[in-house]
Design a protein around this ligand. Structure first.
Ligand code: HAM
Length: 428
């Protein structure tokens, strides 16, 4: 017997019952971003592997363990994008969008791919909506990006369910100095580190700060702190971000251990987290990456951005029952037609109604059926009215208009008066 075909683990279908929630979230955010001057950019899903190796960094979990990488028929190494920032920077450079200090404010949406252990809120194909701003170096834009996300949370009803974690990683030199001090401290305690952290000590030591291992965390209590290594400029940049968030009334928690899993960050980094989703609680994350454009071959160009996880946000909206009820779109009308002639007339009548009433949700019965079965389908569709077209109605050029959601009487309405009649009924 042949095995039934299944989707790849961690790669989900988004079923019709879920798509209205996705569209609601995507639509709300797209509108909001437009209001802040961000423009949409659409980027390829596949890129040369080198882009991510250079951009995100060798030694990161994403590059070392999680990429979907393969050779194409031309023997070139390609990778399904694990995130959007590197590709966005590549496109900006390739099309000269940031040349001459031009400010670019861009957003993108779409699937990303990481070979992670699938669980609730963590998938191998997941979706992000990401935002990137180029050639803006001050703390004002960092703060504005956070203010913008805060506005989104308020709009979605999530403001009480998410909190902001904030840190500064300083300049790349400051980070390098800190890295050295941290490695020296942990090297002396190597035997007490968990296995993963032992490995990270050579590949990506800052990520040890993120370790979930209790013994490692205990060791870190007396470890050197990143904040002590910040350069003066980064310190004042960070003060600028905080002052603006304070003025905007946005609460935050300084988390000295927030270092992020991608190598390109410097200065401000942030994460919006929730305690309502279990272990996968980060719904939006980002920060500044002033070195990335240069690292990928461009002139030094400041950059800052974030990405939110669409699955996690939809899950959060569902869990907290915050999806607007009008997302469940049932039909307005269901047209029942009995017999070939009525079906023919019904189709063109339906088109006339669609012309006259834009936005009308009208289901025309298909596949024939008895009076009883068509009514059953009309009822199930959620429609407020059934339109009935049989031989008698056809001869009299009327339609029976039967209310399905209350006890009001069925009325016969002339075809020419039908659109006006229905407009009034549907508004009531
Ligand atoms: P990231 O923290 O790797 O950052 O991902 C951003 C968000 O994507 C996470 O906070 C989470 O909500 C979602 N996410 C990540 N991995 C998964 C997964 N396996 N399943 C479900 N959701 C996931 C970035 O990707 C950066 N490019 C963000 C950025 C843009 N920084 C500056 N600009």
């Amino acid at each position: 017997m042949s095995k039934s075909l299944q989707a790849i683990r961690g790669m989900n279908d988004i079923l019709p019952a879920q798509t209205p929630a996705w569209r609601y979230l995507e639509g709300t955010l797209a509108k909001l971003l437009g209001g802040y001057g961000y423009q949409e950019i659409r980027l390829p899903i596949l890129e040369f592997t080198e882009l991510f190796a250079r951009g995100i960094g060798e030694g990161t979990d994403v590059v070392d363990k999680e990429m979907y990488t393969f050779l194409d028929r031309n023997e070139e190494s390609l990778t399904l994008r694990p995130e959007g920032t590197a590709g966005c920077v590549r496109a900006v450079l390739e099309h000269g969008l940031s040349g001459g200090g031009q400010v670019q404010k861009l957003w993108y949406a779409g699937p990303m791919f990481r070979y992670e252990k699938p669980q609730k809120g963590r998938y191998r194909q997941f979706h992000q909506i990401g935002v990137e701003a180029f050639n803006l170096s001050g703390p004002d834009v960092d703060a504005e990006l956070i203010v913008l996300t805060w506005r989104l949370w308020k709009k979605l009803g999530l403001a009480d369910s998410v909190s902001l974690q904030l840190n500064s990683l300083g300049s790349s030199e400051a980070r390098a100095n800190y890295r050295e001090a941290l490695v020296a401290y942990l090297q002396e305690r190597f035997e007490q580190l968990d296995e993963d952290s032992q490995r990270r000590l050579t590949t990506n030591p800052l990520r040890i700060l993120d370790s979930k291992n209790a013994q490692t965390q205990a060791l870190l209590v007396d470890a050197p702190m990143l904040a002590e290594y910040l350069d003066e400029e980064s310190k004042s940049h960070f003060e600028g971000v905080k002052a603006r968030l304070d003025a905007a009334g946005i609460a935050y928690q300084i988390n000295h251990k927030l270092v992020r899993g991608l190598d390109y960050y410097n200065r401000t980094v942030f994460e919006w987290v929730t305690d309502k989703l279990g272990a996968q609680g980060t719904v939006c994350a980002g920060g500044r990456y002033d070195g990335l454009v240069g690292q990928l071959g461009g002139k030094p160009t400041p950059g800052v951005g974030f990405a939110m996880g669409v699955e996690r946000l939809v899950l959060l909206l569902e869990t907290l029952e915050l999806l607007p009820s009008e997302l469940e779109q049932s039909a307005d009308l269901y047209l029942c037609a009995f017999g070939e002639a009525a079906e023919v007339a019904g189709l063109s009548l339906a088109e006339r109604l669609r012309d006259a009433l834009p936005g009308l949700r009208l289901l025309v019965n298909s596949g024939g059926g008895s009076f009883k079965s068509q009514f059953k389908k009309a009822d199930k569709s959620g429609a407020r009215f059934a339109l009935i077209l049989g031989e008698d109605e056809l001869a009299a050029r009327v339609v029976g208009c039967k209310p399905l959601r209350d006890d009001a009487q069925q009325q016969n309405i002339a075809w020419d008066a039908l659109a006006e009649h229905l407009a009034a009924c549907l508004q009531a």
